[in-house]
Design a protein around this ligand. Structure first.
Ligand SMILES: NC(=O)c1ccc[n+]([C@@H]2O[C@H](COP(=O)([O-])OP(=O)(O)OC[C@H]3O[C@@H](n4cnc5c(N)ncnc54)[C@H](O)[C@@H]3O)[C@@H](O)[C@H]2O)c1
Length: 405
């Protein structure tokens, strides 16, 4: 096989982009062979434009014999089902991020992947960004030494109410299964663990419907601890303008700062721990050198991940973003939700009982939201939660949209 015949399941915003670059011949090793969407009008347009079979049902596309690989680009909730069906049928699969909503289902999915002859990858396209690759290269070469701290303020995911109103699945517990942590920040959370490793426990505070008329979180602060004593702080929101995107990673031999498309690396000539206990002055700093890197944006990251995936299948190249990393990224966000919901620490890897508790609370939220939607009130689940037992207050509802400092 020299070229993978690819099917795309879910042809919305990002599915259309994948479709365009494969059909346009920009992905070495891939040709467009079939499409699928549950939206009938969309199917008609797609059939007219791409001249490939268009399916209503993703399972049928997978079993059609027309494809060697599929890209799953539906809302997150359906990712595990289509990925698992593909893997069970020996069809290679690349899932859009996040790999799913619940760690428990993505763990199961990876067990299926392990037994399958087909390959499983995740669309963590930001891993191809030159600045993050440079950071990884410095860290892997020992450039920061023993890790001490990661701080990432990524508050430039600003979204308006109009965005949230643009699709009925958006920002709902039933449709997305979460907000900024599930939709916008998975790329950053993945890069956090890719560069700095997995923490051993997490404490988080999520603001649900804090800035928008939605039920899910649009604001989150995660504090995490590592086995070696290192810590991480991760702050994200869709409700702040202008936002910031600044990542700092420090260790006892140096520090990396990424901000405004520049990576600044400071290397300490003497490790800080050694300097601290050998320096004979009270407020001196270890001698250091500083270098800056500006790496112009290269080729689109989605295209690079698709091409890498084709090379992984066809030529056994190492995969840039293997499916197992979907568990790692999702574990941090599931743990953050659970920590916020239960007001407690959550250990990583998540225990079976913590996964079950996460699943239980999420189901409760889904039921509450469904009941509110049936009563014709999108976003009312958040209101109900706050108002319940505290009176009926319309004033309260309105005051929720004011920022309280
Ligand atoms: N990697 C990235 O940069 C990136 C960017 C945007 C979105 N995403 C991810 O891609 C996924 C889709 O996001 P989007 O913004 O394209 O959403 P979207 O709503 O624009 O598109 C989703 C499409 O899937 C279709 N669909 C829904 N349920 C389906 C089903 N069961 N079977 C087949 N088709 C179905 C819908 O009709 C729609 O056309 C999400 O998981 C999102 O997180 C990733």
């Amino acid at each position: 096989m020299k070229t993978l015949r690819v099917g795309i399941i879910g042809v919305g915003n990002i599915g259309t982009a994948h479709c365009g670059c494969i059909a346009g011949g920009r992905i070495k090793g891939m040709t467009l062979a079939a499409l699928c969407d549950i939206d009938g009008e969309k199917r008609e347009i797609l059939a007219g434009k791409y001249h490939v079979p268009v399916f209503e049902d993703g399972d049928e596309l997978i079993k059609s014999g027309l494809v060697d690989a599929v890209i799953v680009a539906t809302p997150h909730r359906f990712h595990p089902h289509y990925c698992e069906t593909a893997l069970l049928n020996g069809i290679h699969v690349i899932s859009e991020k996040p790999a799913g909503v619940n760690v428990s289902e993505v763990r199961r999915l990876n067990e299926v992947a392990e037994k399958s002859r087909a390959k499983f990858g995740i669309m963590f396209n930001q891993r191809t960004d030159g600045l993050f690759r440079k950071a990884k290269e410095i860290i892997e070469a020992g450039g920061i030494g023993e890790p001490k701290r990661l701080v990432w303020i990524v508050t430039n995911w600003y979204r308006t109410q109009n965005y949230y109103d643009s699709g009925s699945w958006r920002a709902t517990w039933n449709g997305e299964g979460g907000g900024v942590l599930l939709n916008q920040a998975p790329h950053n959370i993945d890069l956090w663990q890719w560069l700095f490793g997995m923490p051993s426990r997490v404490r988080a505070f999520c603001g649900e419907g804090k800035y928008h008329r939605i039920a899910v979180e649009d604001d989150a602060t995660i504090y995490a601890e590592y086995e070696n004593g290192a810590t991480a702080v991760f702050v994200t929101t869709t409700g702040e303008a202008p936002g910031t995107n600044r990542l700092e990673i420090s260790g006892d031999r140096g520090k990396i700062v990424l901000e405004k498309s520049t990576l600044t690396y400071t290397s300490l000539m003497t490790p800080e721990r050694e300097f601290c206990f050998t320096c004979d002055k009270g407020a001196a700093l270890p001698p250091m050198t500083e270098s800056s890197y500006i790496i112009p944006p290269g080729r689109d990251g989605h295209e690079l991940i698709l091409e890498n995936f084709a090379a992984a299948v066809l030529e056994n190249e190492p995969m840039t973003a293997p499916g197992t990393d979907g568990i790692r990224e999702l574990s941090i966000s599931n743990a953050a939700f659970l920590s916020s919901w239960t007001d407690s620490w959550v250990n990583l890897p998540m225990s079976e009982s913590d996964c079950a508790e996460f699943d239980r609370i999420l189901e409760e939220k889904r039921a509450l939201e469904k009941a509110a939607e049936e009563a014709g009130n999108r976003g009312k689940a958040a209101e109900d939660r706050d108002v319940q037992g505290k009176g009926t207050g319309k004033e309260k509802y309105i005051s929720r949209w004011n920022v309280k400092w």
